[in-house]
Design a protein around this ligand. Structure first.
Ligand SMILES: [Zn+2]
Length: 202
């Protein structure tokens, strides 16, 4: 069952977290999203949407955004115009190598995801939407964890969501992320520069 929730403590910043982008991901990402509560947001708004099962189509495939779920996601982005947009995905353990491979850029055309800890990965959102649906200074991030996560992975994942939900600006978020994961953020900055040019890491 899809899950929708809005936590509202003002207009700015406006955050949109979408879980379960394709396939059966929503079954895992829902476990994380339902742990977010009023107390996690100090200022601004958090819109949470967790999707039902859909056929699996990669967001790196242009057709994704023509599918029913892809259109629904674009609609939510256009409607809420988030300053902070987070996609929650999960991956099968056998795909870990592909997602984090240094060759991902030559194979799939996008930078590798970066492991924070416990199999939780961060990366950018699909290039099809990053530069066309968002401003440069908007925060856009993909978060991945193993599907059917063990408690340790789920805890790291939820903690990142809470950091994002509780940050009121890019600077605040970057400071917190650098403190928690200095080398990973450095790598994210490098990848963003290589791939998007003059773009920030998230
Ligand atoms: Zn996914």
């Amino acid at each position: 069952m899809s899950y929708f929730k809005i936590i509202s403590k003002g207009e700015h910043p406006n955050r949109l977290f979408i879980g379960g982008i394709h396939g059966k991901e929503g079954r895992s990402t829902g476990q994380a999203l339902e742990q977010l509560s009023e107390a996690d947001v100090r200022e601004g708004r958090l819109v949470i949407y967790n999707c039902d099962d859909t056929p699996y189509l990669s967001t790196l495939n242009r057709e994704y955004y023509q599918s029913r779920i892809g259109k629904e996601i674009l609609y939510l982005i256009e409607y809420y115009q988030p300053h902070v947009y987070i996609e929650l995905h999960c991956y099968k353990r056998e795909n870990y190598k592909h997602l984090t491979s240094p060759h991902r850029r030559s194979v799939q055309g996008v930078p590798p995801l970066i492991e924070l800890e416990e199999g939780v990965l961060i990366g950018s959102v699909s290039p099809y939407i990053r530069t066309s649906f968002f401003k440069r200074d908007d925060i856009c991030m993909t978060l991945e964890m193993p599907c059917n996560p063990v408690p340790q992975s789920l805890a790291v994942y939820v903690n990142i969501l809470k950091i994002i939900a509780g940050s009121n600006s890019r600077m605040e978020l970057e400071d917190k992320m650098i403190q928690a994961y200095p080398s990973q953020v450095k790598t994210a900055i490098k990848y963003a520069k290589e791939f998007f040019g003059d773009y920030p890491p998230f």
